[in-house]
Design a protein around this ligand. Structure first.
Ligand SMILES: Nc1ncnc2c1ncn2[C@@H]1O[C@H](COP(=O)(O)OP(=O)(O)OP(=O)(O)O)[C@@H](O)[C@H]1O
Length: 285
């Protein structure tokens, strides 16, 4: 896919595929071309060249592809004086597919249904946006920096919701300029820099999970986590727990025991980003 704005080449012959059933992270520094790519995939922008298929169809020529996918953004762009209920009922009436009541129940939004959108925290706004995306009963959800404005707790909650929905079979394509923001959830990664794809692989391959890796974890109940993760050689390092193992396996153990992961870090992630893009994640701030 190639996309120019005048003489400026924003996407320079990029090529990648997203596996059905995956949670694919689309990672790149600011200005690398993520939003432009997402606009093309959503049928909002026409590419200048390329063969683009979303759910088997070119989204520009086949607007009906939108009835099988949802797109969400970094913020909830809907008149903020509306209530949560107004927003979800209005959205549901556009699609005429799912009963908004079911979504309100499922996303535990009963308490908030009469609240104005402006009264919600950033985290809840994104939760409501995700709930509204579900009203389309989508096979695919494309999200453009959905956790960019969230604090770590809200980000974790949002990412847990994504994992839950993915287990139901929904494919996710999520952009972020911070790889570590998505490290807990993504199964695949596509990395873009200056309008070119610089890496595209399984997350495990990308971070070298074939070899043993040290992870540092911060959880709400470290004593319990130490016990649960004994087979991963868990040991306490200050407030953190250090384990050796695969990130997804470790997260699964903690999730199953309903322990809250506050942070999980692998230094090699940032190293990989630096190596592929020639810049440090921190440069983006
Ligand atoms: N409508 C436009 N006209 C001209 N240039 C544009 C337009 N939209 C995007 N660009 C340029 O294309 C490049 C890619 O922008 P894009 O918004 O896709 O990047 P991004 O990776 O989403 O960045 P960010 O994380 O900052 O949103 C940038 O240099 C941007 O200035």
């Amino acid at each position: 896919m190639t996309k120019r704005f005048g003489k400026y080449v924003a996407l320079n012959g990029i090529s990648f595929s997203v596996e059905k059933g995956s949670i694919t992270g689309f990672i790149g520094p600011n200005g690398s071309g993520k939003t432009t790519t997402i606009k093309v995939l959503s049928g909002l922008l026409k590419a200048d060249a390329g063969d683009i298929k979303v759910l088997g169809m070119n989204p520009w020529d086949n607007p009906e592809v939108r009835s099988r996918m949802s797109v969400i953004f970094d913020k909830l762009y809907f008149p903020q004086l509306n209530t949560v209920e107004d927003y979800l009922y209005d959205t549901a009436s556009l699609f005429d597919k799912l009963d908004p009541e079911n979504v309100i129940q499922e996303f535990e939004l009963c308490k908030f249904r009469k609240k104005k959108l402006s009264e919600l925290s950033a985290g809840y706004k994104q939760k409501v946006q995700l709930a509204s995306a579900m009203l389309n009963d989508p096979e695919l959800i494309i999200a453009d920096e959905p956790t960019a404005n969230l604090d770590p707790n809200a980000r974790n909650e949002f990412n847990s919701l994504i994992t839950k929905l993915n287990r139901r079979g929904i494919t996710f394509f999520i952009s972020s300029h911070i790889l570590s923001e998505l490290e807990r959830v993504i199964t695949h990664v596509v990395m873009i820099n200056k309008g070119k794809i610089v890496a595209s692989s399984l997350m495990n391959t990308f971070i070298g999970e074939d070899s043993e890796n040290k992870l540092l974890i911060l959880v709400d109940n470290p004593q319990e986590a130490l016990k649960l993760l004994s087979s991963f050689n868990a040991k306490a390092v200050g407030a953190y727990i250090e384990v050796i193992g695969g990130i997804r396996e470790v997260v699964d153990v903690l999730d199953k025991a309903k322990l809250k992961i506050i942070m999980i870090r692998r230094s090699s992630l940032d190293d990989a980003f630096l190596e592929k893009t020639g810049r440090n994640v921190q440069d983006n701030f």
